[in-house]
Design a protein around this ligand. Sequence first.
Ligand SMILES: [Zn+2]
Length: 416
Amino acid sequence: MTEPLDKPKRKDPLKRSHVGHVPPAPRSRAAKAMAVRAGQGRFVLQVCKDCAETTYPPRDRCPKCWGELVWRDQPDGATLVAETTVRTSMDLFFRDHLPWRIGTAKLDAGPVAIVHVHGDVADGAAGGARVRLKLCLDRGGNPALFALPETETPNMQDDPQLRTFTANPKHRRVLVTDGRGPVGQAVAEGLIEAGAATVFLGNADPLMRYPGQASIEACEGIETVPLDIGDTRSVAELAGQLGGRVDILVNTAGFTREGGVGFGGKITDLQAGLDIDVTGLMRLAQAFAPAMSGRSDDGVNAAAAFVDVASVYGLTGRSGFAGMAASAAARLTLLAGLKSEMRQTGIRVMSVLTGPVDDEWHQSVLPPKVAPRQVARAVVDTLANGHDLTPVGDIAKDVLARWQADPLLTIREETE
Ligand SMILES: [Zn+2]
């Protein structure tokens, strides 16, 4: 049974941070394609179009008939046929995390695979224990199979091996950037419920009161901090003050106004949106990413993730909200760049895509709209599962699915 994780002790400031090692990035196109699907929480394997063989690990052609392979969602059950505990390794990452359980599993989908094994899968399980496989991303963004007990066990998420494949908020300190809006407040409360040690919640204008202030101030574990992501100095000052105490950063700041491109949009709204959404993201990255990168494998509360909550319409554009969609598009592009930089440091960069949020700026939009609590749940799920792309609500799920199938058609549909 997994022992619950102890709250980490206060770190000796004279002690050096442990340098985190990252496994090499996936080299083949097929491994990258599998990683993209793993990041969305899918369990996929390649299937041959010609002979229907299901294959693992990812390859460019069918190993049986050289046919073309396509990705298919698969049943995640498997039988563990052998398991062992590795106690010595030449690999720099594994040396720091020994002992490490691995095994061989016969997948219900067909192939036999080497898998990481959760501590709660029964000892001596060789010869037939049933397991549930999860397609995970490791610190370097490589896809890997992880064998979990078939049913939930107490403190399952605290397994030290599994924790290296996630950015679970338990015992971690989180900075949520915009505490004046309903989304930032719901995300902060959701993170505290999920076991975060402290949530630093940004307030761009500490002298002005805001809706929800009383309940935020009454919530144990939430600490409001001055942060205006439209101001480079404010961001740098907070980064200097919090130093190495931000383990997860969740950017909930955003600027939404109605308006078109040639008709009804204000240039000043577009400028303000770009400054908050795009330049703001870069200010946060430049102020916080280097310190987080230096602590990516530093014990229970190692720095783990940079999460950005943005509009799904960044993928497509949006009629009536042209400026908002343009800022979201630029924001997603910057995030892709940050993701590739941070992959080399072991910090995960995650994107939560929302449809219209049920707030004061979407009053003219017809339902369904996303409740702030739904965004909070998506942020916590993404962190706890180590995913890197999570759509929230029916609209975002629908837009993302249509965009993946036919991007140009979806752009036309959403801008008409
Ligand atoms: Zn084949």
